[in-house]
Design a protein around this ligand. Structure first.
Ligand SMILES: Cc1cc2nc3c(=O)[nH]c(=O)nc-3n(C[C@H](O)[C@H](O)[C@H](O)COP(=O)(O)OP(=O)(O)OC[C@H]3O[C@@H](n4cnc5c(N)ncnc54)[C@H](O)[C@@H]3O)c2cc1C
Length: 350
């Protein structure tokens, strides 16, 4: 029977990127994915790499900043190995902050007047801030990661659902699936919003639904990411403009709702009136993996050999490089460059 050093449960962007990082450290890795790799939250995401917003929880800021710094190199390598362009954009973000995040200070923190920076924006007297953030196309990113993982001889079992962990002599020995069992001395739960469905260790993830739409056909779309409390706009280099996103506690329900999509579309038009001229291309929803304190769940569990890397909520695309880096260090018993103790699964132990 074939064995591996590590089995990863879940082939989203977190599981795929971790598989590559572990492979680079010499491990033989199997990714077990219930559906097709990269078709859940990682496929639904907008791809903003928002590392410096007031909305990022303080405990997460060091990892968010480190991950944003790692992005160009991370993308460069994936593009090189896969031949897939992931549309890393460097134009930055124009942020209209939430009123509670606006403190005493200048009316606007922009390198140029708003009308010059982004001429299509509806004129407004709102406080605006320019952020040096990047964005990426998450669908292209997961395709690139999948191709790079295969290229590096990561094994991938698609269409296979992990039902339980195999435990022998008090430590993990592999996983049992709806088809067969796979053996490995290390298992990492990267099952996103579904991570809590694997028993033995309490991993209290819950799905937080996000609906979005995309529009095409504008003569002059926005160049920057535009982020406001009521909606955000994320331009892609192929002319698509994404408008997002709802944040809904709706269980494991990925349906879109026409009235909600219409509301988002209208909010987008209020920000950038030329969106009215565009044609709606697609509407979709995804399930963000959230945890009770909205922080990721990263680290070893009390079962020897069983690790968790999930709960990335609204920042999983941003946090992918640092998660892969630090989790691969932890699993291969290297010195950890970052303190991840605040994200330990042990904080939810009964
Ligand atoms: C609308 C929306 C917008 C977003 N925008 C952004 C953004 O702009 N920037 C950002 O950084 N993040 C954003 N996010 C968040 C980001 O998408 C997630 O944090 C990230 O994709 C999580 O990746 P993941 O690999 O953990 O989860 P997923 O991509 O959901 O992958 C988990 C995988 O595990 C598989 N799985 C589950 N259970 C099992 C099982 N028992 N056996 C085998 N396989 C299993 C699933 O099929 C799935 O493929 C957004 C999310 C949404 C929904």
């Amino acid at each position: 029977m074939k064995t591996w050093d590590v089995i990863i449960v879940g082939g989203g962007i977190i599981g795929l990127s971790l598989s590559i990082a572990l492979r680079k450290r010499g491990a033989r890795v199997l990714v077990v994915e219930r559906g097709e790799p990269g078709r859940e939250a990682s496929y639904a995401a907008a791809g903003m790499l928002a590392d410096c917003t007031a909305e990022t929880p303080e405990a997460l800021q060091p990892l968010a900043i480190a991950s944003a710094r790692m992005y160009p190199e991370f993308v460069h390598e994936l593009q090189d190995e896969s031949g897939i362009d992931v549309d890393l954009r460097e134009d930055g973000t124009i942020l209209f902050p939430r009123p509670e995040h606006v403190h005493e200070g200048p009316k606007s923190l922009l390198p140029a007047p708003l009308s010059e920076l982004e001429p299509g924006l509806a004129t407004s007297n709102r406080m605006a801030v320019y952020l040096r953030e990047r964005s990426v196309d998450p669908r292209a990113l997961v395709s690139a990661a999948l191709k790079a993982a295969k290229h590096r001889e990561v094994d991938i079992a698609s269409g296979t659902e992990v039902l339980s962990l195999l435990i022998s002599h008090g430590r993990v020995g592999g996983v049992s699936t709806d088809k067969t069992s796979y053996a490995a001395p290390v298992v990492v739960n990267c099952a996103g919003a579904w991570a809590g469905q694997l028993e033995l260790v309490k991993i209290p993830t819950r799905p937080v639904k996000g609906q979005m739409l995309s529009v095409v056909g504008l003569a002059h779309g926005p160049r920057h990411v535009i982020r406001a409390p009521e909606a955000y706009l994320v331009p892609r280099s192929d002319g698509r403009i994404l408008i997002g996103a709802t944040v809904e506690e709706a269980g494991f329900d990925k349906r879109t709702d026409a009235a909600t999509i219409h509301g988002l579309h209208q909010a987008g038009i209020q920000l950038f009136p030329a969106l009215r001229e565009g044609r709606m291309l697609e509407a979709w929803a995804g399930l963000r993996p959230a945890s009770p304190d909205n922080l990721p769940i990263l680290g070893a569990t009390h079962i020897d050999g069983y690790f968790v890397a999930t709960g990335h909520f609204r920042d999983g695309i941003l946090l992918t490089p640092i998660t892969a880096h630090v989790m691969s260090q932890l699993i291969t018993r290297q010195h950890l460059e970052y303190d991840i103790s605040a994200f330990s699964p042990a904080r939810f132990a009964l």
